[in-house]
Design a protein around this ligand. Structure first.
Ligand code: HEC
Length: 167
């Protein structure tokens, strides 16, 4: 009996080592058949594709899932310079699940990434998003590097600066 308990304790320790940290219990989260389905839902209603998938809003969302979240080569220009929406398909392969959560919670990201909202997502949902994007696999190439203010972009950009009305 003791041996069985010992073996169970070792097995539990080993699986605790290989699995990412469990998110705190009792926080709101999306309920779905599994984490990947929860992630698929959260990405869709969380509008991630609007910026991280080229042409998604213009196509009314009709972009095959295999091509989504590969980032954007059209920059967002504002007082911060020019930012390019990251290729999340590559990021999910090169980052651990814990690393992904750390980025969403704490990394200062340039506009228009809605960090002010997404950093408040509960950890379980952040992990579900990671698992979904990770399961989609690698696709696309790296997005262009962000540019500091005053550097002229060599890609098309969207102007994020309000234009005052002509008086
Ligand atoms: C309005 C546009 C917009 C929306 C909506 C948006 N993002 Fe972003 N996201 C960006 C931009 C632009 C960047 C690049 C910011 C930077 O490089 O500092 C970014 C960066 C990121 C990064 C950091 C990548 C890195 O290099 O560390 C992650 C992770 C991310 N987004 C995930 C998401 C997820 C998940 C959603 C949906 C829940 C989402 N984004 C919705 C525009 C957006």
């Amino acid at each position: 009996m003791r041996w069985i308990m010992f073996a169970a304790a070792v097995a539990a320790m080993l699986s605790a080592c290989s699995k990412p940290a469990e998110p705190p219990a009792g926080q709101p989260h999306v309920v779905a058949a599994n984490d990947i389905e929860a992630g698929r839902y959260l990405v869709m209603v969380g509008s991630c594709n609007d910026c991280h998938t080229e042409g998604f809003p213009q196509a009314g969302g009709n972009i095959p899932e295999a091509q989504r979240l590969t980032g954007r080569a059209i920059g967002y220009q504002g007082p911060w310079g020019v930012s390019y929406a990251t290729n999340l398909r590559l990021l999910a392969q090169s980052t651990t699940e814990d690393g992904w959560v750390e980025i969403l919670k704490t990394k200062p990201l340039l506009p228009p990434m809605p960090t002010q909202n997404i950093s408040k997502m509960t950890e379980r949902d952040m992990r579900a998003i990671y698992r979904y994007i990770h399961a989609l696999g690698e696709a696309g190439g790296p997005e262009p590097d962000n540019l500091p203010p005053g550097v002229a972009p060599t890609t098309p950009v969207e102007n994020m600066v309000p234009i005052p009305p002509k008086v």
